[in-house]
Design a protein. Structure first.
Length: 766
């Protein structure tokens, strides 16, 4: 096939240029929704069908198996069986394929094993135990994460003098011992698949020369996400002919926390002089207002190569709706408003599967998930577990369950070694056998065996300390508020110290989730029984919720590469998004990455974007009064529409269409001093607002109720918020009457005859 015979009809001029420019280095800056995969597959098909190279002479590297499979399928539809002869796959897959051909050259034997993540952790744990390293203060997963980051930077165990400042001598020593043990086992981990390739290329130039001659053309997807080791690997393979085409988007580089180096794409023209840079700016996904808003926002970044998205030919007139920005009083109001809009979107024909809620931090999900459940909206958390299913939340719940019920064996087994207390498998097995024989719970069995001095060593010490803590906690729980009680249990047990010592990327998120859980007891539950009842209902709903369509809930990081008709972006406040860490850097790289994350969030939407911010939000265990995110102000005024909630005193709570911070009566600008604390019987501020068509008094939780003084974390010592017989109103179900009440847990019969159990927080007196 000649060049003139190739079918370019489905490519726009920018895409065609990217396909035809085959020789020499090429950087394709592919904005969101501009047809990146189309270009990659068409380029490969063009190279093969025009005879520039045979299939096995083409190397195409992706970041995920999903992307590789999609490219393979598309290519097969274009060139048939030849698609299976390309070297196409992830960095790890290609690296493994190279090493399988030359294992002995890097000290491995044929048939070497690739350890998965759990095997890696288990191996390192054995090494640390042999070295008598305190696993509580130095969690193996944290050390393994640091070792993998060193490998991502191309730093082998014998070159740790090049390690970043702050890498401890212990980590360097364990890295060397871990690598030695891997060699002894004839095994590698994922990081080794590239690190050994670098060693192979440098130590055996004949191997590198052969690979360079074989791979006449190299294509790389998502180049902005490459780390140092991947960058070096590509540079070595491409040196000589330099026929390398890297496709990526510097404006979507959001993974520095896992080793991605944005500098790789920013300095492409320095690394490859005379490189062709082709910008794909015609977007096939989003409306004009969404594209202009996102482009205006990202233009505030300095470290970028620059491009401006616009609707693809034929879609220029599709302005669509402006980006909606809404200011609300607090996080619970925000979650309610999102649910109201979800239902409105459904009424206008948008399916749940075409909607997503994208948050900056997982701790934001709690309020959103609670309201989705209350509204009966089916949802799924993408890229993670639902809030109450997360490991740290289940652990905290187990501590609570064991406080009120010694016989809870499931809670006991979850608590007894978190953190580690020296109660090993043998000790637990003895407890189980004694419990079965004497028909006791594990807790009771342990008490009896301790009393008889039948448990020795570290197990005895650990159990005695745990039981002493529970005796102390039970005595205190009679007159300690639940939030303080939970915080006390997590701190005194050593559980929070265990989480703080964890240096994995997930660690901070786990701590924030625990702070969010603790905060729930200030705003939502009056005793632990209410919480446990609610969680059991949540878990029951989870088991059946996903039988049909569902809305997706995920972090902004997890949303990259996805698209939806409607996207909700809550929590756009200074200190949350951008997060506090980026603000502390005073405008550095972290803030620019936060802005790129905002850009990714907006460009996930095809038709509608709903941004929201709250003046007060309960996050990480305390109330925060926040300014709106600077990112809101950076979206051009002509592409956004701002609505706010009046505080009833002539001031508008939120942002004005003119933009800017501050307070201006009647101007629609942002004003915090609408707070009016007038009644000490209410928890927090008493905020009066016109919302949903009726007056509503807002407590810190956003719902109308007076709390009686709490005197116990368990039991029904609190007076019912709404006595039996009270006429009540619910925003979703309408008018009804309370037929049973226990604390703030109520059962209501509504006008349509349905009976529902509802927390009093969600009810108003009719």
């Amino acid at each position: 096939m000649t060049q003139s015979d190739f079918d370019f009809s489905r490519l726009n001029p920018e895409q065609r240029q990217a396909v035809e420019t085959t020789d020499g280095p090429v950087l394709v800056l592919s904005g969101a929704g501009t047809g990146k995969t189309t270009v990659l597959t068409a380029r490969l098909a063009y190279i093969i069908q025009t005879g520039k190279a045979l299939p096995f002479q083409c190397l195409a590297v992706t970041f995920t198996n999903k992307a590789a499979n999609e490219m393979q399928d598309r290519l097969a539809a274009m060139i048939g069986e030849d698609a299976n002869r390309l070297w196409l796959g992830t960095f790890h897959r290609i690296g493994l394929r190279i090493l399988r051909n030359h294992p002995e050259k890097v000290g491995l034997s044929s048939g070497f094993t690739v350890l998965d993540a759990s095997d890696q952790e288990r191996l390192l744990k054995q090494i640390m135990a042999d070295e008598r390293v305190d696993l509580k203060n130095t969690p193996p997963l944290s050390v393994l994460n640091q070792i993998q980051r060193l490998k991502d930077q191309g730093i082998s165990f014998d070159k740790t003098e090049q390690a970043p400042f702050g890498t401890s001598p212990l980590v360097k020593r364990l890295y060397a011992m871990y690598q030695e043990r891997l060699k002894t086992m004839n095994a590698v981990d994922f990081g080794d698949l590239l690190l050994y390739c670098l060693e192979l290329f440098n130590a055996h130039p004949e191997v590198l020369k052969a690979l360079r001659q074989q791979f006449k053309y190299i294509l790389v997807d998502e180049y902005q996400d490459t780390n140092v080791a991947q960058y070096l690997w590509l540079r070595l393979l491409a040196a000589g002919h330099n026929n390398i085409c890297c496709v990526g988007d510097d404006d979507q580089s959001i993974y520095s926390w896992r080793g991605a180096e944005i500098g790789n794409i920013l300095r492409f023209e320095q690394d490859f002089p005379n490189a062709a840079v082709i910008r794909l700016e015609s977007n096939y996904r989003s409306t004009a207002h969404i594209l202009a808003g996102a482009s205006g926002l990202i233009a505030h970044n300095r470290d970028r190569l620059g491009k401006t998205l616009h609707p693809a030919p034929g879609r220029e007139s599709d302005m669509g709706e402006k980006i909606s920005v809404t200011g609300v009083w607090n996080g619970d109001d925000e979650a309610e408003k999102i649910c109201d809009r979800i239902e409105r979107e459904q009424r206008r024909g948008t399916s749940l599967s075409n909607m997503a809620v994208l948050v900056r931090a997982t701790a934001q999900m709690r309020a959103i998930e609670d309201n989705l459940l209350q509204y009966g909206i089916s949802y799924k958390v993408i890229g993670g577990m639902r809030f109450y299913e997360r490991e740290e939340i289940r652990d905290a719940t187990a501590y609570i369950r064991l406080l009120g019920q010694k016989k809870d064996d499931m809670a006991f087994t979850r608590v007894v070694n978190k953190p580690r207390r020296g109660v090993g498998d043998t000790a637990l097995q003895n407890l189980r056998e004694y419990a079965r024989e004497h028909r006791l719970s594990l807790y009771e069995s342990a008490e009896e065996l301790l009393a008889r001095n039948a448990i020795r060593g570290t197990a005895k010490t650990g159990l005695e300390k745990l039981f002493a803590l529970y005796d102390e906690w039970r005595a205190k729980s009679a007159d300690t508020p639940c939030d303080e009680m939970l915080r006390l249990m997590l701190e005194q047990s050593g559980y929070m110290d265990m989480r703080r010592a964890d240096k994995t990327p997930e660690s901070q998120g786990r701590i924030e989730n625990l702070q969010e859980l603790t905060g729930e007891f200030k705003t939502k539950y009056e005793n632990f029984d209410q919480y446990l009842e609610y969680v059991s209902l949540v878990m029951d709903n989870d088991a059946t919720a996903l039988t049909g369509e569902h809305i997706s809930v995920m972090t902004l990081h997890a949303a990259k590469g996805l698209e939806f008709d409607t996207v909700f972006l809550p929590g756009w406040e200074e200190g949350i998004f951008p997060n506090k860490k980026s603000l502390d850097e005073n405008g550095g790289k972290a803030l620019e990455e936060e802005r790129r994350l905002a850009y990714v969030g907006i460009t996930r939407a095809r038709k509608r974007v709903y941004i929201s911010f709250a003046g007060s939000r309960f996050m990480y265990g305390s109330y925060q009064n926040n300014l709106p995110s600077r990112f809101i102000d950076e979206i051009p005024n002509e592409n956004k529409e701002i609505t706010t909630i009046s505080n009833g005193y002539g001031d508008s709570y939120g942002y004005g269409n003119a933009g800017g911070y501050g307070r201006s009566s009647g101007s629609g600008r942002f004003g915090f001093d609408g707070y009016d604390a007038v009644d000490d019987d209410y928890d927090g501020y008493n905020r009066k607002s016109r919302y949903g068509g009726y007056n509503k008094d807002y407590t810190n939780s956003g719902y109308f109720y007076k709390k009686e003084k709490r005197t116990s974390c368990f039991g029904a010592v609190n007076k019912p918020v709404f006595p039996v017989g009270t006429a009540v109103y619910h925003e979703r179900y309408g008018y009804g009457q309370v037929i049973a009440a226990n604390g703030s847990s109520t059962e209501v019969v509504f006008e349509d005859g349905t009976t529902k159990k509802i927390m009093a927080d969600y009810l108003d007196k009719a």
